[in-house]
Design a protein around this ligand. Structure first.
Ligand code: SAH
Ligand code: SF4
Ligand code: F3S
Length: 471
């Protein structure tokens, strides 16, 4: 048994990060049995689930999408907002029924939620049918925990600063587009955010390890990689080896992988060199997710974001001017404590100026243990909801406006798979990360093709494959 502690999770020392070789335990113990895995949260969790899949498959399990068919259930959870919690506890209700019918079912809860002491304690006190609880720091131990599991509940969650695992095996969801971790954790401590507590300190993988992984993905025929970190701009700073995100991006571009993306860029330490490298290499996609959070400098200060409204606007303009055709999306929180109508107007003003290609918008959700949770949450839910609606209306107008700019144009689309919009359709993304649905292009899955855009909607485009006739 090991319980987390949020106060310990805050510690940032100068202790050297340990690089650990991942264990890849193989066993046939669970051959013929099925796993059901559900993932909540950000891309980081989606990628962690690819590790969880490999661990389960190494023990003999195969995947099922039907909960009732499973012998083991794994929930990889997110703690970013209260509704993420609610979803997980709601789902656990369903699992409880199943466990009653099938007592041998193994139930595992991992990821960011159990990193919070209150959640780990709640799972112990109120959810005895959850067999295994693990955190973000010991995903690699999950195989051992399953093999050693008997009847008692096992809780192993560590509030450590964090290590770096190398040699992790992933069962990747796609053969076309792959996630690549470049760093873990976060040291920014934005006052509202739980991530620095659930994921530990900022720690980068060495550049050679990342490049080896990318080289292998190129050999395996991958068309696209997305470099992952909570703030990719900070890449390399902790290693003190003389390289940074710009250096890495350039080296990755030179591997020749057709498409490179990265998330997320904090507006802080976004250097001119990074902008130049994105502009210089055709395989670095002209798409940047640049979270704004608020357009009011006083709210930004309360949020601990380390930039002002003007600094954000200057960076935005610089990026637009230097990277031809770049699309920029953002994240915005409404209803942060003390946000007045005037502050919110500042946010609307920035949104009007930037005309983002898209945005994820959220109502502020206090997270226990974060500094903001100590400030009185004095904006009523009614006001928060009303602000969110006004903001979304504007955001959607801009995204439709940008999508309309694509009408009748021919763009390059990487076809990623079947579309949800009908049997005969496939879907893919433009270089600028616009979703396109295309008819009659089934044979092009995994390829980058030219597509003529025929219709523009708020959240997607329709297009036709362009056929060249050689005379
Ligand atoms: N590292 C990324 C963000 C990861 S979390 C970055 O800094 O850009 C994704 C988004 O969730 C954040 O950008 C923020 O908009 C939102 N978010 C984080 N904590 C939140 C909270 N307590 N309430 C509401 N939204 C939150
Ligand atoms: Fe959270 Fe801020 Fe870190 Fe992003 S940069 S993960 S919002 S603390
Ligand atoms: Fe959620 Fe953890 Fe990601 S809290 S947003 S899954 S880092």
């Amino acid at each position: 048994m090991h319980f987390p502690n949020l106060n310990e999770a805050k510690i940032r020392s100068s202790k050297k990060v340990e690089v650990i070789t991942a264990k890849n335990i193989k066993s046939e113990t669970h051959k013929g049995e099925k796993y059901f895995l559900k993932t909540y949260g950000c891309q980081m969790n989606v990628h962690d689930s690819e590790e969880i899949k490999a661990i389960l498959e190494n023990l003999g399990f195969t995947e099922t999408k039907v909960l009732e068919e499973s012998n083991i259930v794994v929930l990889n959870t997110c703690a970013i907002r209260e509704n993420a919690h609610d979803k997980v506890f709601g789902f656990l209700g369903r699992v409880k029924h199943l466990k009653r019918e099938k007592p041998e079912l193994i139930v595992c809860v991992g990821g960011c939620m159990p990193q919070q002491d209150s959640v780990a304690k709640l799972l112990k006190d109120k959810y005895p049918y959850v067999d295994i609880v693990f955190g973000t720091h010991n995903i690699n131990e999950l195989g051992t925990m399953i093999l050693n599991h008997h009847d008692t509940q096992e809780i192993e969650v560590y509030s450590i600063e964090g290590n770096v695992y190398e040699g992790i095996k992933y069962a990747r969801d796609s053969k076309i587009s792959a996630w690549v971790n470049i760093m873990y954790g976060c040291d920014k401590f934005c006052t509202y955010c739980i991530v620095p507590f659930t994921r530990g300190r900022e720690r980068s993988r060495e550049m050679s390890d990342i490049l080896n992984e990318v080289d292998q993905l190129v050999k395996d025929g991958y068309q696209e990689i997305t470099l992952l970190g909570q703030n990719v701009n900070a890449y390399g700073q902790d290693l003190k080896l003389g390289y940074d995100f710009g250096t890495l991006l350039e080296k990755v571009a030179l591997t020749g992988i057709p498409r490179i993306r990265f998330v997320t860029s904090h507006p802080w330490n976004f250097t001119d060199e990074m902008i130049n490298i994105i502009a210089k290499y055709d395989n670095v996609m002209p798409y940047i997710h640049l979270p704004l959070q608020s357009g009011s400098s006083s709210i930004l200060r309360l949020m601990g974001r380390r930039y002002t409204k003007e600094e954000y606007l200057n960076l935005f303009t610089k990026i637009k001017e230097n990277i031809p055709g770049v699309s920029i999306t953002t994240d915005i929180i409404v209803g942060f404590p003390n946000e007045t109508e005037e502050d919110f107007q500042d946010t609307l003003e920035v949104v009007k100026k930037c005309q983002f290609d898209g945005a994820f918008t959220f109502i502020y959700s206090p997270r226990e243990g974060t500094p903001a949770a100590k400030i009185k949450d004095n904006v009523s839910l009614e006001v928060k909801e009303e602000r969110l609606q006004r903001l979304n209306k504007l955001i959607n107008e801009h995204s439709l406006m940008h999508n309309k700019e694509y009408l009748d144009k021919t763009v390059k689309v990487l076809i990623t798979g079947p579309s949800e919009k009908g049997e005969n359709k496939v879907c893919g993304y433009t270089e600028t990360m616009k979703l396109v649905n295309i008819e009659d292009a089934n044979e092009d899955i995994g390829k980058i093709i030219n597509v003529k855009i025929t219709e523009a909607k708020s959240f997607s485009l329709d297009g036709k494959k362009e056929i060249f006739i050689n005379n």
